[in-house]
Every structure is written in C-alpha cells, then in structure tokens.
Design a binder for this molecule. Structure first.
Ligand code: PLP
Length: 379
C-alpha cells in the first residue's frame, strides 16, 4: 500500500516511537507529583515546552499541551465566547476546519462572520482590510494552510492588519507545522498544532496563547498547565511530538521540502496530460508541497476513485477525513465557488516526507489504470 493521505494523518516516525518508549519506560511519574519520578516527568515536559517555544518564537509559558488540535481550537472559540461582549463578532475564514467553523457557530451563531476566499481558495485580504476600517471584531481566525486544497494562506499579512487594529489573531497551523518553516508563527496571538500531521502520535497537540493574558479553561478539575487546562499531561506523547518536529525542522533547514514540491508538480503536470478534463484546485497560488486536490474528469465518482485506488494499492481521500462519507459538498470547495456537481469530483492526494518520486510515478500509473477501468465499466 502506498499512502497518499498524509493530510488526514501521517505514520508515526521511528524517532517519535523511540522517544515515546524511552519516556514511557524511564519517566513513569506524574509531572505534577513532587517526588523524583514526578520531577523527571516535569523536566521532560519543560524541555519539550522550551524546544517548541524556540521553534515557534514565543515564550515557553505561552504553550499549553492539549489532547488534539480540535481541543485547542475549541479552547479558543470557547474563551472568546466567554469573554467578549454580547454584541461582539468574531471573523473566521470560510475554509476553516469544522472544529473551528462549527464551534464558532455554536458559540457565536450569526456573530461568527465568515471571511470569503478567492476562487483559488485564498482568504480575501482585501475584504479584511475593507471591513476592518468599519468594524473591529473580537477575534480573527484564519488557518495557515488548508487541509483539503493545501493552499497557503496569507496569515502573515492578516496578522499585520490585526496588529495594526489591535485585534487578536488566531491561526490553526495544523497542516502547516512540520511541512513549512515555522518562522513568524509565534507572533500570532493564538496558534494550534497537532503531532499526528507530521509524524508524531495521534492524540497530542498544543495551543499557543499570550501567557500574560488569561484564558478561560475548557476543562476544569486540575491545576495542570498553570490552571489553564486540567488533566494529567501525556508526557510520552509530548516528547514524541517534539522528536518528530525536530526531524522535520532539520529536513526543512536542508530545503528537502522543495525537492518534494517538484515531484508533486511533475505528478500534476502528467496527470493533466493523461486525463484531460482534470482540474487541479488552487493551481495558480502557493500551496503546501505535498497536496493535490483534483476534480477528476468523471461525474460523482469520488468514492469509487477512493475504493478502486485502494484496491490498486493507494490510500487517497475525497477531501477532509472528518467530512468523508458526508454527502453534502465540502464547505471549502463551495466557498471557492465550485458548484455541487463539480465539488463531488474532488479527490485529494496528500503525500508526506516518506513519499518518494517513485511513489508519485506509481500513483500516476494507478490513477490512469483506474480511469481506464472505470471508462470500460461505463461503456
Ligand atoms: N485543523 C486542521 C486544519 C486539520 O486538518 C485537522 C485535522 O484534520 C484539525 C484541525 C483537527 O486536528 P485533530 O485531529 O488533532 O483534532
């Protein structure tokens, strides 16, 4: 099986597994305990916090460990729901992950205003500039890179606008971290991340907040994380997450992601040549080097594509893993102006650091073969 669903989750890398095992075997204490075993666990966690702070460019106390990015993102929307005035709006981009979109709608209803995106899936900075001249929202939330299309978002520009108007800025950097250099992320007021997208274990993530400002806890019943998030920290998974991030940072320092982008571009070019009628979404704008979101030439066959490619030995997806199986078109593709009949043609191929040039070539052959079989079955 060749895996092309890294945006859903990535395999746990060896370094992360080893870090997990080492901490599990040697550091069994609860980091809140005062004895030596507890202190050892607390030290592992403090080291991880310092490393992550250095990578993001923030203060170690700005970081709170969470179970998932879903939890981190809910923590932000929940905090602002509890602290903003009853009339205040928050602005979220139209392409946010459901854990922001749905929680913002849950807490704010119509006061969660949606920032539009261009046809290429880029958040509309002009819209933000124009609206900000009239209204100051309580929070702006724009992801760093989109999980379905891979389109990189202008978060640095939006951060600068928010800073000029003293509006807090939140970026969900789940798909960005571990794939792109992190420089500048720590300047955002709020940042979320999840280990399982870059080779760490599932079920661990973090939230970066400004530590001098209070945050309303989502979970109560313990003083962990400075009273900001109750529950015993999962020290081994935190160490594993940081081991994975360290490897990714080294790879990026050597520009290894750029070469992988060339392999992806070659695949796209060959795909468009082999299957006329295919459309690559966001093709005209900077994207993550690993993602291809393509409208395949046929009608509503995306589930068939996934099943047949799976049988042919390739794991791909129809888009966001969280919405797979739902029949309504993706909110991301709808926001980009695609009609339902187009959106149902979307198949997502997302590679990872382990994906080779040969894997991309094999995928191309697999896609062409499946296409021929589907055409034959239809005839
Ligand atoms: N945000 C984005 C952009 C994602 O892609 C995902 C997962 O697919 C999440 C948030 C949720 O992450 P987690 O699985 O850690 O809850």
């Amino acid at each position: 099986m060749i895996y092309f669903d890294y945006n859903a989750t990535a395999p746990v890398m060896r370094e992360a597994r080893e870090a997990w095992l080492t901490v599990t075997e040697k550091t069994g204490g609860n980091p809140s305990s005062l004895h030596q075993a507890g202190t050892r666990a607390a030290l592992v966690m403090a080291d991880a916090r310092e490393k992550l702070a250095a990578s993001l460019g923030c203060h170690p106390l700005d970081l709170i460990w969470t179970s998932t990015a879903t939890e981190a993102n809910n923590m932000v929307t929940h905090h602002f729901a509890r602290t903003l005035g009853a009339q205040s709006e928050i602005w979220i981009s139209a392409i946010e992950h459901p854990c922001i979109h749905d929680s913002a709608k849950h807490y704010f209803g119509k006061r969660a205003k949606v920032i539009p995106v261009t046809r290429d899936g880029v958040v509309d900075v002009d819209w933000i500039t124009a609206e900000m001249a009239d209204t100051r929202p309580g929070l702006v939330s724009v992801m760093a890179a989109n999980n379905e299309t891979g389109v990189l978002q202008p978060w640095r520009e939006i951060l600068a606008i928010c800073q000029a108007y003293e509006v807090p800025f939140f970026t969900d950097a789940v798909q960005f971290i571990g794939k792109m250099p992190l420089k500048g992320l720590g300047d955002c007021d709020y940042v979320s991340g999840a280990a399982h997208k870059f080779g760490g274990p599932r079920g661990v993530g973090f939230l970066k907040i400004p530590h001098r400002k209070p945050i309303t806890p989502l979970l109560h019943g313990g003083k962990q994380e400075g009273g900001r998030r109750a529950g015993t920290e999962n020290v081994a998974t935190i160490a594993a997450m940081m081991a994975a991030l360290e490897v990714r940072e080294k790879q990026m320092a050597n520009n290894q992601h750029l070469l992988r982008g060339v392999w992806r571009d070659n695949f796209e070019r060959e795909l468009l040549r082999a299957l006329p009628g295919t459309v690559v979404l966001g093709a005209n704008t900077p994207r993550l080097w690993n993602t291809v979101s393509a409208l395949m030439p046929e009608g509503d066959r995306r589930h068939q594509w996934v099943v047949r490619l799976d049988q042919a030995g390739f794991a791909v997806s129809t888009g966001s893993a969280c919405t797979t199986g739902k029949e309504e078109p993706s909110h991301v593709l709808s926001a980009m102006g695609l009609k339902a009949a187009q959106a149902v043609r979307a198949v997502r191929f997302s590679a990872g650091w382990e994906t080779t040039e040969a894997d991309w070539s094999a995928l191309l052959k697999g896609v062409v073969r499946v296409h021929t079989e589907m055409a034959r079955a239809k005839a």
